[in-house]
Design a protein around this ligand. Structure first.
Ligand code: PLP
Length: 390
């Protein structure tokens, strides 16, 4: 039950205590559940009573994680998945049919891009990409009679451009299209797309929700009628989250509010430092007044989040030199960890794109993405500074 306080809901949403009177929820590592009698088995399979049957369908640890996430996102229902990509794929494949069309922002996660451009065309689902910074009229014109879904990430990765979710929510409603928002960069603590009209919110729980770089997981939450179809699809195709990961991730949600506050604080301080450095030609962070969508970010986000991007003078070579000079900060492709992570998108995560494709999603040759961790901010800034100056 919601208290309307994020921190309390994140901690006090728990599975019922067992006969052992444990304080912290136990790990339910069981593949199936026993029936009390034949009648209960029949009623469970007929969906006449709620309850666990088999862990591919549901498990107490998964239920706790998803119930909590639904409360935090303001969602009616949801389902936990084995990875963020399982969530992205399910949220679309469960609802789209051959002949349907999706309008998506061009700057989506790499594997989401593969779904749109390679896998969906095989089954007759088409898409139109729109640039995050395109005029509203371009988004409106992209919607066709067979468009069934709008899919976006805001802030975009790695350019950190912001989409007006309230406007997009109204557009989706007026055209009877499902708005699906990948909210992985923000987590429910920073942004709640359902409030602005999203029918579905998708997550990679691997990032800030876990927050400690341990497990892979994902979730789809949203409108009850949509989740019903997603659940049917998941039950029979099998991308269930492991109960062990659900146990970890439910505990991670308990500390999400304090962690995201500090991620945001450290990222803002790092961005402010970078703005003053003569070797840095561009800094992008949603809560810097210099961000092109600063006021929009302030309206729909509680903080600027944990990710900062910047450009060092000297292009791709200087970008690589920066990464090779880091002493403490990790060079990894992940984000949303207690450890600060730096990535050079042009030579790694987005290296398969052409220069023109990279430019279209805001990736310049020298662009560096930093996911600010929870180390002391002085140590984060000192390492970034020495690497820029090396
Ligand atoms: C990481 C990520 C995903 C994919 O999540 P996995 O848990 O790695 O499968 C999807 N969207 C965004 C924005 C991400 O950062």
């Amino acid at each position: 039950m919601s208290t309307n306080h994020f921190e309390t809901d994140a901690i006090r949403t728990q599975q019922p205590t067992t006969q052992y009177r444990e304080h912290s929820v136990p790990l339910y590592l069981t593949s199936s559940f026993v029936f009390e009698d034949a009648e209960q088995a029949r009623a469970l399979f007929a969906d006449e009573i709620p309850g666990n049957i088999y862990t591919r369908f549901s498990n107490p640890n998964n239920t706790e994680f998803i119930d909590k996430l639904c409360l935090l996102e303001g969602a009616e229902d949801g389902i936990a998945t084995a990875s963020g990509m399982a969530a992205m794929y399910l949220s679309m494949a469960a609802l789209l049919r051959s002949g349907d069309h999706v309008v998506a922002s061009r700057s989506v996660f790499g594997s989401t891009h593969q779904i749109f451009t390679v896998l969906f065309p095989r089954v007759g689902i088409s898409h139109t990409y729109v640039d995050v910074n395109d005029d509203h009229s371009v988004w409106e014109a992209a919607i066709r009679p067979n468009t069934r879904m709008i899919f976006v990430e805001s802030p975009s990765n790695p350019a950190l451009d912001i989409i007006d979710l309230e406007w997009l929510g109204k557009l989706a409603a007026s055209r009877n299209v499902i708005l699906n928002v990948d909210n992985c960069f923000c987590t429910p603590y920073i942004q709640n797309p359902i409030r602005w009209g999203a029918g579905l919110v998708t997550h990679s729980a691997t990032k800030f929700i876990d927050g400690q770089g341990r497990v892979i997981g994902g979730a789809v939450v949203g409108r009850k009628d949509l989740i019903k179809e997603v659940r049917y699809f998941a039950r029979h195709t099998g991308p269930a989250m492991s109960p062990f990961n659900a146990w970890i991730l439910s505990k991670s949600l308990e500390t999400l509010a304090v962690r995201m506050d500090r991620h945001g604080e450290n990222a803002l301080k790092l961005a402010q430092f970078l703005e003053t450095h003569p070797q840095v030609t561009l800094v992008k962070y949603p809560f810097l007044p210099s961000h092109p969508h600063f006021s929009l970010a302030k309206k729909q986000m509680k903080s600027g989040g944990g990710v900062v991007t910047f450009e060092v003078r000297g292009g791709i070579e200087q970008g690589r030199r920066f990464l090779n000079s880091l002493k403490m900060i990790s060079h990894s492709a992940n984000l949303g960890d207690v450890r600060t992570i730096a990535t050079h998108p042009a030579s790694t995560t987005h290296s398969k794109l052409t220069n023109a494709e990279r430019a279209a999603v805001g990736i310049t040759p020298g662009l560096i993405r930093v996911s600010a961790g929870l180390e002391h901010i002085d140590d984060i800034i000192a390492d970034v500074k020495q690497a820029i100056e090396s």
